[in-house]
Design a protein around this ligand. Structure first.
Ligand code: BGP
Length: 468
């Protein structure tokens, strides 16, 4: 017997500005670190993407048909502060229109303040998140958003996947020349923790009725075998990759294992008592987490050779480069799980485990802000039969219900993505949406929207409040 989904459960769907909006030079928008890495005829090109900037009314009408209770989108920092310094009222006006349209259609906005796209000028001027100067800029931007949108937006997320961006520096503009990557990682973690804390506190002051939380990407770690060294490796992965930033923001402490690991290697990552005090005061309302897959960790002795983690851009199974962190853990494949075309392991039960681990450790309500299956969809006679996506999502929803039955307070579910958009690592080759967009990486085509089979499945699921 299972508990039903709560009455007010936020059945949502998610996108991010640079992956869906396009219009990168319109109405005063500045160039972001995402725009500056545009490649011609390659998978990363933000200029048009799904043209949501011009078609948001049509897209919101589709959300309405889908029955969405909530829509998670991000605010492009460079529309509001094109160069990081000067306010651009036209950018504020765009999001006002978008938010008004959502409210008019009874769709609750969930705003991500930062989704990998800070102004390129801040990257060039002082190295972006590597510098503390970023905190003031981010706070100014966030406060502007609170003032401008806080009368209609009740849900905010601060920084998307602050844990993964430190692992993959290219997601946020890269490591400035001459800086050691390990030093960069801890500096960025520190700056992001302080930025998170200040933004959460100022939201609390300005918008006492709003709810705000940090966001992480959580690939839970399984030990490769029952060998104690592998169990230790899995614990290392969880602590270093996921718990470190959450311990800071939600428990107000630096994870001791992480601090001591680096202390033994000559790197002092301790924050000052004042910084810790400030972070301790953040008290987020919930934890947002993105879940696609689980990981496997095996022992990785100190002396083994380091390989940087990499994305499999070829889409060939077996082509994934597993990360190795000497002294901590090395990634491996899981023989018990199916994978998508990019070697991401499909693990619905892992979602329940993730919910249990996070709630047990932090005792905060949880929001699943991304979950989905990247695939190569085919449009045939105006239809897309993405049965594989329905299967993936349905199994994850079943596990969410089990987690709720376990007693985990889940606030909402935002599959990635509402509509096809430019995948971070694979452009339009890898689609996630309930809505298909007629375009390829190198050919913008008509950009016409088509409802996929998963659209109708999700519509039924929402209308029955998750009763499968
Ligand atoms: C998350 C990001 C999203 C999205 C997703 C899927 O980490 O927050 O922006 O892109 O991953 O990743 P990909 O597009 O590489 O398949």
């Amino acid at each position: 017997v299972q508990k039903p989904f709560p009455e007010n459960f936020l059945w949502g769907a998610a996108t991010a500005a640079y992956q869906v909006e396009g219009a990168i030079e319109e109405d005063g928008k500045g160039i972001s670190v995402q725009d500056s890495k545009n490649f011609s005829n390659y998978f990363h090109d933000t200029t048009v993407t799904s043209d949501h900037y011009h078609r948001f009314r049509e897209d919101i009408a589709l959300m309405k048909t889908l029955g969405l209770k909530s829509y998670r989108f991000s605010i492009a920092w460079t529309r509001i502060y094109p160069d990081g310094e000067t306010l651009n009222p036209a950018g504020v006006s765009f999001y006002n229109q978008l938010i008004d349209e959502l409210i008019k259609n009874n769709i609750e906005p969930l705003v991500t303040l930062y989704h990998f796209d800070h102004p390129q000028s801040l990257q060039e001027n002082f190295g972006g998140w590597y510098s503390e100067q970023m905190i003031t800029h981010f706070l100014t931007f966030a406060v502007t958003c609170f003032h401008a949108f806080g009368d209609r937006v009740r849900w905010f997320m601060t920084i998307c996947e602050s844990n993964n961006v430190v692992l993959y520096p290219d997601l946020i503009g890269g490591v400035p020349a001459g800086i050691d990557v390990e030093v960069w990682r801890f500096q960025v973690s520190r700056v992001m923790a302080l930025a998170n804390a200040r933004v959460i506190q100022s939201c609390r002051k300005l918008l006492p009725q709003a709810k705000i939380g940090p966001c992480i990407g959580y690939a839970i770690a399984y030990p490769a075998t029952s060998a104690p060294q592998d169990v230790m490796a899995a614990l290392n992965e969880d602590e270093f990759r996921t718990f470190y930033p959450l311990d800071l923001l939600c428990l107000g402490r630096q994870n001791p294992t992480v601090v001591n690991f680096f202390a033994c290697r000559g790197l002092d990552i301790r924050l000052s008592p004042t910084e810790l005090e400030e972070i301790k005061g953040a008290n987020p309302d919930f934890i947002a987490f993105n879940y696609y897959q689980s990981d496997v960790a095996k022992a990785c002795p100190d002396e083994s050779e380091e390989a940087q983690p990499g994305f499999n851009q070829e889409g060939k199974k077996g082509g994934f480069v597993y990360p190795r962190f000497p002294g901590l853990y090395a990634g491996d494949s899981n023989p018990y799980l199916e994978r998508n075309d990019w070697d991401w392991e499909i693990d619905p039960v892992g979602l329940r485990i993730a919910c249990r681990k996070l709630f047990d450790r932090y005792q905060l309500p949880l929001m699943i802000t991304e979950n989905g299956l990247g695939a190569r969809d085919t449009l045939a006679n105006g239809e897309i039969n993405d049965a594989y996506r329905i299967d993936y999502l349905q199994k994850h929803v079943e596990q969410m219900q089990l987690a709720i039955s376990d007693g985990v307070p889940l606030l909402g579910y935002y599959p990635w993505s509402f509509i096809d958009l430019m995948s971070t690592s694979n452009g339009y080759n890898k689609r996630y949406g309930f809505v298909y967009v007629d375009r390829e990486d190198s050919d913008i085509k008509t950009l016409t929207r088509y409802k996929k089979a998963s659209f109708y499945w999700y519509q039924r699921l929402i209308s029955s409040n998750g009763a499968l």
